[in-house]
Design a protein around this ligand. Structure first.
Ligand code: ZN
Length: 671
């Protein structure tokens, strides 16, 4: 499970005291609704040689999987990306581009923008909204340009790129539609229907106590007789050529692992990539959760299931990181008090865990992002996703402070709060406490929110079906929000001793959920993404339950603002909602989940939406951020032994992607 940042706005930084910050430029590029940032990796130089080498090897293993995600996101994506890159790098195109750059527009400029967007999305659909984006240049121009540049391509890509009716959505959640046929994602072979896929999963479901996650690492296909079969992601199977390279670097990582637990986990992952055997995946998850001593850690493999319309198959991702020892103290305090939070939450006692255990919590410094963590990336991760492993072995939960720091640095003084917050008082409060609250919100969400509560006996973990992600994120967010207003956090030394400090995050979350997150939605569209749905679900439900004007939307000179009149009252309603969402989860009440999501989380008020877009447009900001990675280079002696690993922050966005496409292009066009 991931926590995405939603509008982290300029504010004081909890960790702003870093004085070894290199002078890096945080904002690198801007196009469409996207901004590319650079992140700093503080502390890398202080790692031991062994740890630096491990980071380097794991980073290579991360980058080797890049093509997998492109193919998972759509079966034409690799062909499209490679055609665009070939054209982009041709002399013909480069000459045209430098000509057109002088005037600032023309098809070559538009193709560059389109290609940058394809890289950002790991395909041709918006990374967050799931809609296909169309090139601004014409098909005729593209065909002629390829001919002039001598670039050949598969003509099948033309309708996929240019026809709005072909593969319009990466993942659809539209009610009444066949979710599998309606999604362009490549988790199902051509012609497989939702009913066929569901029947296959049902038939192959593992109902033992320690179940295999059937379907996690495979594509379901239909043969000529109409029978459904699985193509497993493994060496010798689907994506084998990339997994082979991943394993090459994982083997090297194994040779410099920090301890036996880490070695065991890496060895199981290698085995899983080799065989595709889900028993190795479970063994990997268990070993990985148990490895708490290593400074360097990683995610590498088929992990999150948000993009599969049926929520079963994992998208490939990787993140290499190391522990931020100082900041980790904060989350250790929260974890150590997990039982207190569980006991004091507003949920019905019968839905509480008698014993909350194994929530490991740490703050990490990201060192390399890849696959579904790149360029757009979560700021918190909580793994593994298998409930039975979480229950028996616990889970690891991290917040990624250096990425949050990059967001904050890049957003300073961008005018957002001035435009959307109702008055100076809340702005000043947010400047003062926003960052502290935001970090704590992430910590509580990840360390205790997801791990709280239990299912009633006999309730299937998949009972909430397509609404499971939204409801789960809602539950974790509410848990965090509720306790942000609790004096306990002051007692624990986590929150400043100011009874109003939590107002900063309440205001920001409600404003975001009710109003400002709408700037990320195109006019006329519904809210689709699970995290955005959960934010609106919370804010709209709370607003709807304000019987005493606890908060209101006011109008001033034609602009709407959120005003909170009674923060304690709002907190009470947050508590009520937490109790209800926990009930829905614990009981597996699908009908209630569906009603909640459909009533509060999906639809958008068109007038308010229009206003938000107009006001936001005036600020000239990009609602989505992504990153470029640093470049690690091993320094070797005459015997070829690594004596140091250097880090460099100067590579640009285009350079980086062209290099990745050159050096890590492991899969054929058609898989
Ligand atoms: Zn979450």
């Amino acid at each position: 499970m991931k926590k995405y940042s939603v509008f982290i706005v300029a504010c004081l930084l909890l960790l702003a005291s870093c004085n070894n910050k290199p002078n890096i430029q945080y904002s690198v590029d801007k196009f469409y609704d996207l901004e590319i940032l650079r992140y700093n990796v503080p502390g890398f130089e202080d790692l031991s040689l062994q740890q630096k080498t491990l980071v380097y090897y794991l980073s290579e293993a991360a980058l080797q999987g890049r093509d997998i995600l492109f193919d998972q996101n759509g079966r034409y994506n690799l062909r499209i990306r490679r055609t665009l890159e070939a054209l982009y790098q041709s002399d013909y195109y480069q000459a045209l581009l430098s000509e057109q750059r002088a005037t600032g527009d023309g098809e070559a400029v538009l193709l560059e923008k389109y290609l940058k967007r394809v890289w950002f999305s790991n395909g041709i659909h918006h990374h967050y909204g799931n809609d296909k984006f169309l090139p601004e240049f014409s098909q005729e121009w593209f065909v002629d340009a390829c001919a002039s540049a001598g670039v050949s391509y598969d003509e099948a890509i033309l309708p996929v790129m240019f026809d709005p009716a072909v593969m319009p959505k990466r993942t659809t959640q539209a009610d009444g539609e066949d979710l599998v046929l309606g999604s362009a994602g490549n988790y199902y072979g051509e012609g497989v229907t939702q009913a066929e896929a569901e029947a296959w999963y049902e038939q192959h479901k593992d109902t033992t106590d320690e179940p295999l996650w059937i379907g996690l690492n495979s594509q379901l296909c239909k043969d000529s007789t109409g029978a459904i079969y699985e193509r497993v992601y493994r060496i010798g199977g689907l994506y084998g050529a990339a997994l082979e390279k991943v394993n090459y670097w994982l083997e090297k990582a194994l040779s410099v692992a920090e301890n036996d637990e880490q070695r065991e986990a890496i060895a199981h992952m290698i085995e899983f990539n080799r065989t595709g055997d889900l028993r190795s995946f479970n063994a990997y998850c268990i070993a990985w959760v148990k490895d708490l001593q290593s400074r360097v850690d990683y995610v590498n493999g088929f992990t999150e299931t948000y993009t599969d319309p049926l929520g079963i198959t994992g998208t490939w991702e990787s993140m290499v990181n190391f522990k931020d020892i100082e900041a980790t103290r904060r989350t250790e305090i929260i974890s150590a008090n997990a039982q207190w939070f569980e006991d004091h939450s507003t949920t019905d006692p019968m839905y509480k865990k008698e014993e909350v255990k194994g929530v490991s919590a740490k703050v990490i410094t990201a060192a390399m992002l890849a696959g579904d963590c790149y360029p757009a990336t979560p700021i918190g991760i909580n793994l593994p996703n298998a409930n039975w492993i979480r229950k028996s072995y616990g889970s690891k939960s991290v917040t990624i402070d250096n990425l949050v720091q990059a967001y904050n640095e890049a957003a300073k003084g961008n005018g957002f709060n001035e435009e959307f917050m109702v008055d100076d008082a809340i702005r000043v409060l947010y400047e003062k406490y926003g960052a502290i609250c935001d970090n704590l919100h992430t910590d509580l969400h990840e360390c205790v929110g997801h791990g709280s509560g239990k299912l009633m006996p006999g309730v299937n973990k998949d009972a909430l079906k397509e609404h499971a992600s939204t409801i789960e994120e809602t539950r974790a967010d509410l848990f965090a929000l509720y306790f942000l207003g609790d004096h306990k956090l002051v007692e624990l030394g986590l929150m400043p001793d100011d009874k109003d400090a939590y107002h900063a995050i309440y205001y920001q979350q409600m404003m975001n959920g009710l109003m400002t997150q709408l700037v990320r939605i195109e006019p006329g569209k519904d809210i689709e993404e699970a995290h955005m749905r959960n934010r609106q679900l919370i804010a709209a439900w709370v607003y709807d339950h304000c019987e005493h004007n606890e908060m209101e939307i006011i109008e001033r000179e034609g602009k709407h603002y959120l005003q909170i009149n009674d923060y304690e009252g709002v907190r009470r309603i947050v508590g009520d909602m937490l109790a209800e969402i926990q009930r829905v989860t614990s009981e597996g009440d699908y009908a209630a989940a569906k009603a909640l999501v459909e009533t509060y989380a999906v639809k958008v008020d068109p007038e308010l939406h229009q206003e938000m877009l107009a006001r936001y447009a005036e600020l000239h900001l990009a609602p989505y951020k992504g990153f470029v990675n640093p470049v690690y280079t091993p320094v070797t002696n005459r015997d070829g032994e690594i004596t140091d690993v250097t880090i460099d922050y100067t590579e640009g966005y285009i350079e980086q992607h062209l290099r990745y496409s050159r050096d890590y292009s492991n899969l054929p066009d058609i898989n």
